[in-house]
Design a protein around this ligand. Sequence first.
Ligand SMILES: [Zn+2]
Length: 434
Amino acid sequence: MTFAVETLDTDALRTLQSERLVDTLGRLRRADAPYWRAKLADVPDVTSVDEVAGLPFTVKSEFRETFPFGMLAVPLHDVVRVHASSGTSGKPTIVAYTSGDVDVFAEVNARALACAGGGRDDIVHVAYGYGLFTGGLGLHYGVERLGAVAVPASGGNVAFQVGLLADLGATGLACTPSFALLLAERAETAGVRGTIPLRWGIHGAEPWSEGLRAKIEAAWGGGYDACDIYGLSEIIGPGVAAECRENKGGMHVMEDHFLPEVVDPATGEPVPDGTAGELVLTTLTKWAQPVLRYRTGDITRFLPGECPCGRTTRRIGRLEGRADDMLIIRGINVYPREIETVLMEDPDLGGQFAIVIDRRGTLPEVEARVELADEAAAVRRDTIARRLEARLMETVRLRITVHVGDPGTVPRTEMGKAKRVFEQTDDRDPLGSR
Ligand SMILES: [Zn+2]
């Protein structure tokens, strides 16, 4: 099931986006708010989305600096709801919605659910947290808008949730990917997995991999489609982009509501289609708290080609990391997760690796230290290294020397998040010579 606006031809969509961008800018110029007056003081008018690069960026700290309502573009009496995302330090980020915004929020989530295979005959178990977080209520109203049955399970109490899935006969599941897997495992243990008729799931709010997708789909039995959904509270919440079940591996952006750009995180300049960069989003239909060119910090790329599902909206690839993690090596932007993906796909390697940036020469050199999964593969060590180097050159477009060690030779992180990237300088040799 697709929505008419998702199959517009490119020109009609561009026209609609341009009208909405011009309209948004007009409203912001009329807004009675110091934030918007300052933001737009020296900004020329735009007539189409082709001129969006003339608008200023917005960054996360602006939400903190204007906490709680400084970014409102409407009077507070027009606001009907707020959500918040937890800040890493201090105050949360507050986002506000008019009744029209709440309507759009429901619509984009209904469309995301339909992308995953949902329809009005479904019973959808929503196990995202309900509350200030946008996930629970966002998907909940999406399910209702779709005309399906929403079961507001929220988080926690896994045994109870497994019983509920079985008793109500849920056919759709909305939750994080890790929780989807946990529910499947508990359902299996409880002996009810086979009685739960789930056909599809929509799983976002945390990074996941193709490997985890395969695990979730297998755990719920053949025919289950596990689809990704992307969003962030600063823009609206979930429903900014969603994966269709016909073409997994990328997400359709709800382009009639959110204008996407991909830029070089270092320069802010647009990168060519197909190249990785930072996702930048402009809201086209929000009233309470529109956002111009928000730097999401998420690394992705536009995917080429038509989609077999029939939607004509552009697709972005799976998130490839955070802009903060970006390394610039010999003028090339490199994201450690791009390297990790190549290394983790190789069947001969174990899960540990380290990336060493050697800055002792005139130009920095990059080395990937990996280890064999099995000592028996040691006779093929050179073949494996050359294969990985070729693959890295192809995907990262950078010469990376690969050193394949024996099992257990890559240093382990004892505490907390694994450290993967090390800088080697004249006076610092973090991993020691190999
Ligand atoms: Zn599609």
